[in-house]
Ligand binder design. Structure first.
Ligand code: NDP
Length: 328
């Protein structure tokens, strides 16, 4: 398929570690797909918090660095030994390489075909935050119908998906947001209780008749960590899956005993997309939830590729709801 290869790609990359001003948009030779790889013409790339950690240097990467693992688009070329895909097909992935680009590479094993009734934008919005919400409630801690769960940032990307999947499961959802407008969005996603951050643990106790919740999904991190522990029932599970407010400092494990024999885990996507079976299971259920209407994705902002820095500023500045996309 060599003849289908484009000459050049436009990428937005981090020159070095720093603020959003280190992001630059440049033309580079188009990447060529190696064995087992697809070259995808980007329809949309998903913006995720992790890219701000990579850009700022919180997570180590080599610069210049093209961020982005999530995207959708059309397969325009394939390397050797690719099975199950053809050029012209629409794919989506949470595990691509440098999706902040007009073209990106992905291992065919890590791409999924997009169903006809799912748009390119939805297909770019779903993978990373969708897989996260799916593994959190099915695999990290399996939530049962009727259970009460605390999640934070209920108007955010992961937050809205988590709430909707939990409601479809028949769980009771308590969440937090920072503004009344965000509270309305979290309610629309189905949250039963939307709290302010101030004093949330006490309110969780009130709602649960003093018991606390069996699980907290906490992607806010530094600012909410101790309050989340305060919200847990005896033998409850603390799932720390991110640090939107900053990383949680070192923690004394003895504290888990004092608080009632709590469990704690710090999961991330790669540990829950371990093989084809797991990938297929999660994406089949997520696309199914989109089709059935159990899950609706709010696209909170669409930015030109060259304005990825503005998307980062908005995300880090707490000004967004739902999913942010970059469109080449
Ligand atoms: P969101 O859309 O949820 O945006 C982050 C939200 O966090 C903000 O909108 C804000 O909502 C809340 N927040 C609270 N305190 C702060 C603060 N000090 N600064 C900025 N935001 C704050 O982002 P995502 O859905 O993309 O990600 C949510 C979290 O999940 C992140 O921590 C991310 O790293 C993590 N994540 C983890 C994954 C994993 O596998 N471990 C995978 C994907 C995401 P409000 O204003 O209402 O408080």
């Amino acid at each position: 398929f060599e003849e289908d290869l484009p000459d050049a790609a436009t990428v937005t990359r981090a020159r070095e570690a720093g603020g959003s001003d280190v992001l630059e948009t440049v033309e580079v030779p188009a990447p060529a797909p190696g064995p087992g790889q697809l070259l995808v013409k980007t329809a949309a790339a998903g913006v995720n918090f992790i890219e701000t950690y990579q850009r700022s240097g919180v997570y180590p990467v080599n610069y210049p660095f093209v961020p982005g693992a999530e995207g959708s688009g059309e397969v325009v070329a394939m390397g050797e030994n690719v099975e199950g895909f053809n050029t012209g097909q629409r794919i989506a992935t949470a595990e691509g390489s440098g999706t902040y680009s007009t073209h990106f590479l992905v291992d065919a094993a890590k791409a999924v075909l997009v169903p006809d009734d799912v748009s390119d934008q939805q297909a770019a919005a779903l993978p990373l935050q969708g897989v996260t919400a799916h593994y959190l409630i099915n695999s990290t801690y399996r939530v049962a119908p009727g259970q009460t769960v605390l999640t934070h940032a209920g108007a955010g990307g992961v937050g809205q998906i988590l709430t909707q999947l939990l409601k479809a499961r028949g769980a009771r959802v308590i969440t937090t947001t920072s503004t009344p407008d965000k509270a309305k969005i979290a309610e629309a996603a189905g949250a039963d209780y939307v709290l302010e951050y101030q004093g949330f643990a006490e309110k969780v106790r009130d709602i649960t008749n003093g018991e606390g919740v069996s699980v907290v999904y906490d992607g806010v991190g530094k600012d909410t960590f101790l309050g989340s522990l305060d919200s847990l029932a005896v033998r409850g599970t603390m799932v720390l899956f991110g640090g939107a407010s900053g990383q949680v400092p070192p923690y004394d494990l003895q504290d888990l005993n004092k608080r009632g024999g709590l469990y704690i885990t710090r999961p991330s996507v790669p540990w829950y997309l371990r093989n084809a079976e797991e990938r297929t299971w999660r994406f089949t259920e997520l696309f199914g939830a989109l089709t059935s209407g159990d899950l609706k994705l709010e696209i909170g902002g669409t930015y030109p590729l060259a304005e990825a820095g503005r998307a980062h500023d908005d995300l880090e500045g707490r000004r967004t709801t739902g999913k942010l996309l970059l469109v080449p």
